[in-house]
Design a protein around this ligand. Structure first.
Ligand code: ZN
Length: 249
């Protein structure tokens, strides 16, 4: 299932009805997301969240709708977008991306131009930021910097013990706790803000994780043509530009 993140808050998004308008799939919700506005590169609508729902762990001032867009066309690996209203957005692609295709190509043959629409409901996910098991399980999302010194020391002891038990090297140095990357298989992204106008544009790790959409967000629906890939959404705390990327899940 998809997870949406706020400040030390996790919400599960699953198929089901609610009194709010959350969806997965369907057409893009604004003309700025159409290919004629994005150099011909098609964006797919994944979730569209209704921030009127008090369960939404994030609010964006002046906006009701939070769409999660991704670019499955291999001409880009990432897309960014700044929602300027509920009907407008500014789209960004990275410069000089490695390993991208020159021509339109997709994760699978017959890749859908849009995903079939589904209603979505939200539920609060149990997360206790004082419980070290919870902290370790979600460290790739929230980090561990909010822990007090005693808990940090206890967490370090646990990591060292785990490493010793499985015969792994103990981590070292400033990035010690990067060892904990769950639930992200390839670790927390180092991304700066994709918006060239933003002062976070040159600053790696300046973004906050907004959502992780798994390769099978809904029972019976795979969105990566069978590949186990997570689609990650991060948001810039300064300009609120959303950056969508992917990693092995
Ligand atoms: Zn920014």
């Amino acid at each position: 299932m998809t997870h949406v993140f706020g400040d030390l808050t996790i919400v599960d998004a699953t198929a089901g009805s609610s009194s709010y308008g959350h969806t997965f799939g369907g057409p893009v919700d604004r003309s700025d997301a159409l290919p004629d506005q994005t150099n011909g590169i098609r964006l797919h609508m994944l979730h569209r969240f209704d921030m009127n729902d008090p369960l939404m762990p994030i609010q964006l001032p002046g906006l009701r709708w939070l769409p999660l867009y991704y670019v499955f066309d291999f001409r880009a690996n990432e897309v960014g977008y700044q929602l300027t209203s509920d009907s407008k957005m500014i789209t960004f692609f990275s410069d000089n991306e490695p390993n991208i295709s020159d021509a339109e190509s997709w994760p699978a043959d017959d890749f859908p131009l849009e995903f079939s629409p589904h209603p979505i409901r939200l539920a609060l996910h149990d997360f206790d930021p004082t419980d070290l098991d919870d902290v370790a399980r979600w460290a790739g999302i929230f980090g561990i910097r909010y822990l007090d010194d005693d808990r940090l020391a206890e967490l370090k002891r646990r990591i060292d013990t785990d490493c010793d038990e499985i015969g792994d090297y103990r981590p070292e140095g400033d990035d010690y706790f990067d060892y904990l990357s769950s639930p992200l298989w390839q670790g927390t992204p180092n991304n700066p803000c994709i918006n060239p106008e933003c002062s976070n544009h040159q600053i790696p790790r300046s973004l906050k994780m907004l959502a992780v959409v798994p390769y099978k967000p809904i029972e019976g629906l795979e969105i990566w043509g069978g590949a186990c890939v997570d689609t990650l959404f991060e948001i810039c705390p300064l300009c609120r530009t959303i950056r969508a990327s992917n990693q092995c899940g």
